[in-house]
Design a protein around this ligand. Sequence first.
Ligand SMILES: [Zn+2]
Length: 123
Amino acid sequence: MKLSRQAAIWQGKCPCCREGEIFKYPLTSLTKFGVMNKQCAVCETSFMPEPGFYFGALYVSYAFTVAFFVGIWFLLYYFFQPAKWVYFVAIISTSIFFIPFSFRYSRILFLYWFGGIEFKGKN
Ligand SMILES: [Zn+2]
């Protein structure tokens, strides 16, 4: 069964074969969510195209954070118009809650966009 590119990104699969896992542990693993496999267990593609590759993922992560801030501010402002401290608490707690999501998807997207790995399928 071949996953679409979007499904493979969403599920954190290898960009080359879309079968192997990029990360070792599930997103919900609070202490190990950031541990990556060095290479794909299925097709042996390296997930580290060059040293320091994932520094660039910080920019993707930054974009996620800004999107969360704006999204939460927008929802609160238009639906509730709460006191100022509510914005602070909601934005800070949501960004902490989304750290694993932001960390993983910034790396996954960065690998797909800039890793120079083409989809080849299993064979
Ligand atoms: Zn693979």
